[in-house]
Design a binder for this molecule. Structure first.
Ligand code: PRP
Length: 213
């Protein structure tokens, strides 16, 4: 019998797009398309067991070996630095981490800059590289509200289409780092299931025409 690969996929629109890529690469699991509330799906023929995981938790499942591989955003990998291998840029879920502020905002370098974000580690290293003093305000969502209500001067957040910023009269001041979905692997699994993981990574890389990391 084929050795099963445990794969953590991010629940939601990105995960569905990612599953389509796995399917096209030869790792189908048709039951995953059934409309139900199940979280685990497996197909012994293709040797895969998929889990739907909250996107920000995928790296935890993979780091601790509950999943052999998974798909996580580069934002999560940079923010939490999980101890996993990053195998491949899947070139989907493309967006950027950016600094944004109310239209017309001018930074006064004599004052401590108030920064609202979910991504405190990314923001901290960005501003420390600039040598800029900041007051970090950690939020969990709807970050765009902070500068509108005067809670912060700027935000560091994900920008995809830019629609959320535009509708709230905010604009990008700087791009911190480009983001996309990455295939990641557990370190021990990469030894014990090296053949299966390498085959999956190669098949996905062939589909997207990307060189392997
Ligand atoms: C993300 C991000 C922005 C928005 C950007 O929020 O935090 O708010 O998407 O997308 P856009 O540039 O296409 O408008 P998400 O929906 O993940 O929710 P959040 O408020 O919980 O961060």
């Amino acid at each position: 019998m084929k050795e099963m690969l445990n794969i953590a996929l991010p629940k939601g629109r990105l995960g569905e797009r990612v599953y389509d890529m796995f399917d096209a690469a030869g790792y189908a699991c048709p039951s995953i398309r059934e409309n139900n509330r199940r979280l685990i799906f497996e197909n012994e023929e293709t040797g895969v067991r998929y889990f739907w995981v909250k996107p920000s938790d995928v790296a935890i499942y993979v780091e601790r070996g509950a999943a052999d591989v998974g798909v996580a955003g580069k934002d999560i990998l940079l923010e939490y630095a999980p101890d996993v291998y990053e195998l491949l840029d899947l070139k989907t879920g493309v967006c950027r981490m950016a600094v944004a502020a109310p239209e017309g905002f001018r930074d006064d370098p004599r004052r401590t800059l108030r920064v609202a974000t979910k991504f405190t580690n990314i923001a901290k290293s960005y501003y420390s590289a600039l040598g800029r003093d900041i007051d970090m305000i950690r939020l969990n969502g709807s970050i765009e509200l902070a500068p509108i209500l005067g809670l912060s001067d700027v935000i560091v957040d994900i920008v995809e289409t830019g629609a959320t910023l535009r509708e709230n009269h905010l604009e990008v001041i700087d791009t911190v780092v480009p983001i996309s979905a990455r295939l990641i692997a557990n370190k021990a699994s990469s030894k014990f299931k090296d053949g299966a993981i390498a085959a999956l990574s190669r098949a996905l890389a062939d589909r997207i025409g990307a060189p392997q990391a």
